[in-house]
Design a protein around this ligand. Sequence first.
Ligand code: NAP
Length: 264
Amino acid sequence: MIKGGKTVLITGASSGIGFELSKIFAKNGYHLVLVSQNEDNLKRAASDIRKQYSDAQITIIPKDLSLPSSPEEIFEYLTHKSIQVDILINSAGIQVYGPFNETNLEDDLRLISVNMLALTTLTKLFLKGMVERGYGKILNLGSTGSFQPCPLNAIYCAGKAYVLHFSEGIAEELKGMGVTVTTLCPGATRTNFAKRAKIEDIRLFKGYIMDAEKVAEIGYKALMKGKPVVVAGMLNKIMTSSIRFSPRGLVTKIGNYIMQRQTN
Ligand SMILES: NC(=O)c1ccc[n+]([C@@H]2O[C@H](COP(=O)([O-])OP(=O)(O)OC[C@H]3O[C@@H](n4cnc5c(N)ncnc54)[C@H](OP(=O)(O)O)[C@@H]3O)[C@@H](O)[C@H]2O)c1
């Protein structure tokens, strides 16, 4: 049983934005419950965090979040260990690139499972206790893609739109209950994400790219303030705001342009 301070559960904690958030929470004295698919990556992340914060209390849970049983297994494991989750960060996310008529159905469904189903189920499972205790914070990872349709990336952006609308909806329901829900919407960010999806050569990743550390800092501050939505970075803020006032057809065409591979 973890005693003392507050506990944060972070999915996708082994890499990128989730890893940077884990370090911020370690620095601020939280107990960390780190979840990702690959056990070796998680152990490496925990060891890197301990090198910087030697007294960090860390529990690792390797789970494949594309499996429907994983969120409940995580919840049951923590309940069994009497570990109460005060803050939930849903950062695990994957990408599938290409025209929808050509992508592999199994990959498409895996994306939906990790990016939407696991996020929703974990939120459902941990929210109940937070509401009962009158305290809790949830950070869900959206994207600048939450604000627009993206050809060649259609399920991903549709999924991120789901994350944003779902999170904003429940954030409003929870007002006055001591629980806040924040959606962090980064644009292109330097992590393993593009490499994993083999999309390092698309125009989006050839332009303005933020550091994961900065994005995590922005997310942490917004989460602590209980803001419903935060777009990371000024350029991304301008871009997502301008989408609201632009013709939808044009926005989709621009989305198609920035998702194309840049060959030269
Ligand atoms: N990077 C960007 O440009 C960008 C832009 C906008 C939004 N985002 C969003 O930000 C979030 C974090 O992405 P990132 O850039 O930090 O990516 P990343 O560096 O690739 O990290 C992804 C994390 O998710 C975990 N993960 C992947 N599949 C999983 C599965 N089936 N089960 C459990 N864990 C799994 C990975 O763990 P293991 O591989 O170790 O298992 C890793 O810890 C995602 O939701 C992404 O959509 C990223």
